[in-house]
Design a protein around this ligand. Structure first.
Ligand SMILES: Nc1nc2c(c(=O)[nH]1)N[C@H]1C(S)=C(S)[C@@H](COP(=O)(O)O)O[C@H]1N2
Ligand SMILES: [Mo]
Length: 256
């Protein structure tokens, strides 16, 4: 089924599927309970991050799947149609005026159109999306490797994290955002996807572009990305924990 390079975890997930078969949501599979995904204690999280970073090769690939394994239905989650006026205006014109800002600690800040992104080298991959809420779906994604964008912008040696700023407000004054380290940012499967299942990325799934960072849980995969900021630290953003959900108790490192 998969190229399973993670025997323990995969067996664990499969183990949960027997009883869960009845819950299958049109191709999306519920996962078993995973208490380790929501440990609010920083110590356990840091340990998970360190162990994964120490023991697993930096370029370890997430399993990829075949077309026949695509989920018939891919569940949208979180925001599915941003109400923010700026976003609504951009969406009305099919994102022709949308620009991706690439800035922060970079030599060549950029504002790129969707057309410019589409002209850059692209990568396609069929992967499984695991949400912390306990479901997973398999989808096909095409987009620009984040690495190519960062190389184009020229990041400073001081950069440690890449922050993704999104268009959607989760509550007044709090837009969704996420951050990843440079190992994940430079990973070959980390892409800014503008296509899903061979179609332009639909609004419920993050149009015009969303992050795919395949070795982590769904909440890391920022949708409606407006800006990519290269930073030394994210302590000055939001509540300082590196993401909208992290600021509310989720782990910053959601490795699977
Ligand atoms: N901007 C933004 N990105 C987001 C979210 C969101 O609400 N807003 N939800 C996250 C969560 S919890 C998941 S599981 C995935 C859902 O992606 P999907 O809608 O394509 O299934 O997007 C993630 N990225
Ligand atoms: Mo999620």
């Amino acid at each position: 089924m998969s190229t399973g390079k993670r025997p323990d975890r995969r067996r664990f997930i499969k183990g949960g599927l027997g009883t869960a078969a009845a819950l299958v949501l049109g191709g999306c599979e519920p996962l078993s309970d995973r208490p380790w995904v929501l440990n609010v204690l920083g110590a356990a999280e840091t340990l998970n991050y360190r162990i994964q970073r120490l023991l697993l090769p930096r370029d370890r690939l997430a399993p990829e799947f075949s077309e026949s394994e695509l989920s018939a239905y891919f569940k949208p989650n979180g925001t599915s149609d941003p109400e923010d006026e700026e976003y609504q205006t951009l969406a009305k014109n099919n994102f022709a005026e949308w620009r991706l800002m690439v800035d922060g600690l970079v030599e060549r800040p950029a504002r790129l159109s969707l057309k410019e992104l589409r002209e850059m080298p692209a990568r396609s991959q069929i992967t499984r999306h695991d949400c912390v809420e306990g479901w997973s779906c398999i989808g096909k994604w095409k987009g620009v490797p984040l690495r190519a964008l960062l190389e184009r912008a020229g990041i400073s040696p001081r950069v440690r994290y890449i922050v993704l700023h999104c268009a959607d407000s989760m509550e007044p004054g709090a837009k969704y955002y996420e951050s990843i380290d440079l190992i994940d940012a430079m990973h070959p499967q980390t892409i800014l996807a503008y296509e899903m299942n061979d179609q332009p990325l639909p609004i419920p799934h993050g149009a015009p572009v969303r992050l795919r960072v395949e070795r982590q849980l769904g909440y890391k995969m920022a949708k409606y990305v407006m800006r990519i900021e290269a930073v030394e630290s994210f302590s000055h953003i939001g509540a300082g924990k590196g993401g909208y959900w992290e600021d509310r108790g989720y782990d910053w490192y959601a490795g699977i």
